[in-house]
Design a protein around this ligand. Structure first.
Ligand code: C2E
Ligand code: MG
Ligand code: MG
Ligand code: MG
Length: 275
């Protein structure tokens, strides 16, 4: 098309790319407004023991609706917020709000559970992250041992040593660390050795393929076996069928999270479950 119009250098006019850019700009603009009145929300998804299906903890997941009231997935807006620097304040809100809410439930229902919070790499790298976190825990009376931070391996990319040192400090305080989405991306086995993390979260991609694809099955089996020997706990993400649950249990996976046992839900709904 463009060639015909004589636009040299541009070989074709890709409307999909333009649509994507327009959407990104739109989200960026709405995010800025959302930041002033903090129109974010939290959902919570339960994590269960694979054997007895006892509640282990809950993962806080951020929710956001655009001005038209249509939810925008964190998978879409978080990368944009990371790029323009607003993820640090959104993430800061998630941390305080989820700990505050968790502390209310803890007192009300005398809970002994873990609160999992996803931490973006920009947020993790911020100076004073650990100190602020410890301050918030203290403010709401939550023990460091009750908190698990979910980070992806992307926190390790920029400056591996500094990132690991930070993990060690967090771990020394008793805060738990989970490596999220494990088994995708570059997940190399060599860096895992000696990493101060408590938990490996086996990505949904592995869970999905566990019974469908021979190699994925082999990989998941190996990851769980290795994690066990290295002393990491394992949580499988995105478990949707009973067959997957049975297989994961056979392989020795410790915990299960997914639509089969519980979807992400509002605070009111999770309270019904905690009662
Ligand atoms: P994640 O931490 O790996 O969370 C799991 C995602 O899978 C969640 O999507 C959850 O709703 C979804 N999920 C759970 N079980 C199932 C299942 O059985 N089937 C299917 N199809 N999906 C399932 P969600 O809430 O859209 O979040 C996507 C990602 O966005 C998260 O992946 C996490 O990386 C990021 N995220 C979400 N909330 C936060 C947050 O508060 N802070 C940061 N930094 N990242 C967040
Ligand atoms: Mg997570
Ligand atoms: Mg995950
Ligand atoms: Mg995932």
């Amino acid at each position: 098309q463009a060639e015909k119009d004589g636009l040299s250098g541009i070989r074709y006019f890709d409307t999909a790319v333009l649509d994507e850019l327009t959407r990104e700009l739109h989200i960026e603009k709405e995010l800025q407004e959302a930041l002033t009145d903090f129109s974010f929300d939290l959902n919570f998804q339960p994590q269960y023991d694979a054997k007895e299906q006892k509640l282990r903890g809950i993962e806080a997941l951020v929710r956001w609706k655009g001005q038209d009231g249509i939810p925008i997935s964190p998978l879409e807006f978080i990368p944009i917020a990371e790029k323009n620097g607003s993820m640090v304040s959104i993430g800061g809100w998630v941390v305080e709000e989820s700990i505050r809410t968790f502390s209310i439930w803890k007192k009300k229902y005398d809970l002994n559970l873990i609160l999992s919070i996803n931490i973006s790499s920009g947020q993790y790298r911020e100076d004073g992250f650990t100190e602020r976190l410890l301050g918030i825990l203290k403010k709401y009376g939550i023990n460091p041992e009750e908190l698990e931070l979910e980070v992806t391996e992307s926190v390790l990319f920029e400056d591996f040593r500094t990132a690991v040192e930070k993990m060690s400090v967090l771990k020394d305080y008793g805060i738990r660390i989970a490596l999220d989405d494990f088994g995708t991306g570059y997940s190399s086995l060599s860096y895992l050795k000696g990493l101060p993390v408590n938990t490996l979260k086996i990505d949904k991609e592995l869970t999905d393929g566990i019974l469908k694809d021979l190699n994925t099955g082999i990989m998941t089996e190996s990851v769980i076996a290795m994690a066990k020997k290295m002393g990491f706990e394992t949580i499988a993400e995105g478990v949707e069928t009973k067959e997957q649950l049975i297989r994961l249990k056979e392989l020795g996976c410790d915990y299960i999270q997914g639509y089969l046992l519980g979807r992400p839900m509002s605070g009111e709904d999770i309270e019904q479950l905690l009662k």
